[in-house]
Design a protein around this ligand. Sequence first.
Ligand code: VGL
Ligand code: ZN
Length: 208
Amino acid sequence: MKLTDHDVLLVIDVQNDFLPGGALAVPEGDAVIAPINRLAARLPHVILTQDWHPPGHASFHATHPGKAPFDTTDLHYGAQVLWPEHCVQGTRGAALAAELRTERAELVIRKGYHPGIDSYSAFMEADRRTRTGLTGYLTERGLTRLFLAGLATDFCVLWSALDARAAGFEVIVVEDAVRGIDLDGSLAGAWEAMERAGVGRVASDALA
Ligand code: VGL
Ligand code: ZN
């Protein structure tokens, strides 16, 4: 696949808490690092995201007495999965993976820092109103085609891909550079939803 200067690698949430041994470990989450590092050396532009929650965040089960991890609850904007406490601002768990090659990243965009709103998407928070600013950044820089990689396929990658499509970007998921959590079939559902939305798929080898 031929790349142009309008292409960007968007690396979603490759943080310690999503890796094996982390607070919200994604199965084989560490397997994304090697392909991402190869792509980060190759794509003309690289942007990273970082899940970045304050202590007591509304998406943590412990914030809601009587709730267990992976229960759901209703927040002011709708249904919310309740997660183990993860990616707390400034902690080791919130840090980007040490093995991730970050030196070519032009932007690190943080999300999920409003105490009462979760944000799976790199573009828009879960209230579906609060914007992160990423659409404006990409647009100002003329970056029109997004290659998505990272964690987790069925949450932050999925929502970022759908919002990017809705904003008019071309979106291609690098299928060997993502891994999912898979709650109740969410991983298969995520691939279906992305296909319906016109999200493409590519193997990292095709870009190497
Ligand atoms: C994520 C659940 C909670 C993700 C972030 O990065 O996919 N999932 N926070
Ligand atoms: Zn989170």
